[in-house]
Design a protein around this ligand. Structure first.
Ligand SMILES: Nc1ncnc2c1ncn2[C@@H]1O[C@H](COP(=O)(O)OP(=O)(O)O)[C@@H](O)[C@H]1O
Ligand SMILES: [Mg+2]
Length: 391
């Protein structure tokens, strides 16, 4: 199989705006900064809808703020009105969001607004895919393997006898609706499980899952799809701490195609899975039906998922249809033994890190703002700046 399609790269559609005007809905703690970097590379003029103290407002890639208000994402009507007024004054080319929360608001107001919306799924499907327990039933419908899982609505419902019978130890405790590893814990016995439930009470308002532990390595699939058909995809192995080795993972791609087709999914999504290297078995863990952290890793290796959706509306150059080669080294790995081993033996180099660093230097303020926020949060136990990147 050939490694990477270059179909459409450099394609300049007739009538495409040289500086598309974009509105980005960026709720606190989402991946807005990653989306902004792509938009900046596409020469977009980006206006923000966010909370007043959101650190993303400090970004050099932002042209202005359309609306900044406390709890603005609870007020879809105000967002719709601001979009309509701005669109009448100077037309907006596209509205998009960098998280499920922003997408849900956008889904609710999309029939009330005139500007085009980045291709996305409706609120009900987003909620179904984003919930790890409900997603497991989507997988079952599509004959996609997942780890054996039990759900408990609250700590008092934890039934250790049932769990020992059907899953056993070690097992994995996880909230149904958190992300970025928050609250996920491998536990070896009942004592550790009870402690994990108690320690993570803040993540488990929607209940929690206890899942069979699957030995192996993490692999992933990222997609941009329209009406159940994948238009652009990448598959990869996760190395170290957030480093990425793009490679072929045909059975995960196949599983993703079945899920996307069955749900008639539209939009961007990332699927996490686990591969057992001893017997080759794959288990799909979760779906994030939104922009994801590895958008930057894919972009640096030639496939920009933000641009893929814009291209489907004629607002950006078409993107390669798939990406299965290339490496991206994370900043965290460069300072570790595993990072050095990856550079010595696994084809990682400092090249992608150099590009990340150059991007950071071009726009350091939001990153520093997020860091300052975390520091202030730890020091004063109260939030003064809201982070733009956390999950
Ligand atoms: N059943 C499992 N067996 C082994 N490892 C798991 C299992 N579930 C999760 N993990 C590990 O924990 C990580 C985070 O879990 P995931 O379900 O993707 O939740 P999230 O990314 O939303 O925190 C996974 O990428 C994987 O490394
Ligand atoms: Mg995950």
């Amino acid at each position: 199989m050939t490694t990477q399609s270059v179909e459409g790269v450099g394609d300049r559609g007739a009538g495409r705006p040289s500086r598309p005007k974009v509105v980005l809905l960026s709720p606190p703690g989402d991946l807005g900064q990653i989306v902004l970097r792509s938009l900046s590379g596409l020469n977009a003029r980006t206006l923000l809808v966010c909370e007043p103290r959101s650190s993303i407002r400090m970004s050099a890639h932002v042209s202005g703020t359309l609306l900044a208000a406390e709890n603005v994402f609870d007020n879809g009507l105000a967002i719709a009105q601001a979009l309509e007024e701005e669109h009448r004054r100077d037309p907006i080319d596209i509205v998009l969001s960098s998280s499920v929360r922003g997408l849900s608001v956008l889904g609710r107001i999309r029939n009330q607004i005139s500007p085009p919306v980045y291709p996305m799924a409706d609120e009900a499907l987003l909620a179904r895919l984003n919930d790890k327990w409900r997603f497991a039933s989507v997988c079952a419908e599509c004959n996609v393997p997942t780890p054996r899982t039990l759900r408990f609505a609250s700590a008092s419902e934890l039934d250790v006898a049932a769990l020992t019978r059907s899953i056993g130890f070690p097992c994995v405790f996880k909230p149904t609706n958190a992300s970025g590893g928050d609250g996920v814990k491998v536990v070896r016995n009942e004592t550790e499980l009870v402690k994990a439930v108690a320690d993570n009470a803040r993540f488990v308002s929607d209940g929690f899952l206890v899942q069979e532990f699957r030995e192996g390595v993490d692999v992933g699939l990222s997609v941009f799809a329209v009406n159940g058909e994948i238009r652009n995809w990448s598959t990869f192995q996760c190395d170290g701490y957030w480093s990425t080795r793009f490679c072929e993972v045909p059975d995960l791609l196949d599983a993703g195609r079945r899920i996307v087709s069955q749900t008639k999914f539209t939009g961007v999504a990332n699927f996490d899975a686990r591969r057992n290297p001893n017997n080759g078995e794959l288990a799909v863990l979760e779906c994030n039906p939104r922009f994801f952290r590895r958008v930057s890793a894919a972009r640096i290796n030639g496939l920009d998922f933000v641009a893929a959706g814009l291209a489907s509306l004629g607002l950006a150059p078409r993107q390669p249809s798939f990406l299965t080669t290339g490496r991206h080294l994370s900043a965290s790995d460069v300072a570790s033994w595993s990072g050095l081993r990856m550079m010595a033996r696994e084809g990682y180099s400092l090249a992608s890190l150099g590009r990340d660093f150059a991007e950071f230097l071009r726009d350091p303020a939001p990153g520093i703002g997020s860091f300052a926020n975390e520091w202030l949060h730890l020091a004063a136990d109260k939030v003064r700046l809201k982070p733009s990147i956390s999950g």
